[in-house]
Write a protein that binds this ligand. Sequence first.
Ligand code: HEC
Length: 123
Amino acid sequence: MSMKNIIPLISCVLITFFCSCTSDNEEDLFGTTTCDTSNTSYAQDLVPIIERSCFNCHDSDNNNGNVTLEGYTNVKRFVDNNRLIGAIKHLPGFAPMPQGKAMLVECEIEKFEEWIQNGAPNN
Ligand code: HEC
């Protein structure tokens, strides 16, 4: 390929790169902000989030910071001492979680809040 062709090619690649994925959060991608927090279930809704985002550091084998989030009793402990909500909402005075990764998406945080407001049942 001649030099003459390489410049447009590189420009094209760069433009494509910078124009793609300007946003990568679910709300922007799907264009809706609907978040159904009604009947939030610990087992159905929250455990999968915890497994996905927290277990590499907080399952029973990897209890970083002495925090285990495996099993309802363990999770409830960190609900009751306010550290779970403080950590996922990045409130002052708490270690922001998940550590070293993007904050949970808004809808996930809202589900935790709703569930906690309802007394954090083992549902
Ligand atoms: C990459 C590892 C890692 C991930 C992923 C992670 N944590 Fe942590 N977490 C830590 C470490 C390390 C500490 C102790 C930090 C400290 O004390 O400064 C901690 C501390 C905490 C604390 C105590 C915070 C405080 O200020 O008392 C809570 C609650 C917590 N994590 C919840 C979570 C939740 C919920 C998730 C998933 C959304 C999560 N963590 C994901 C590593 C992690």
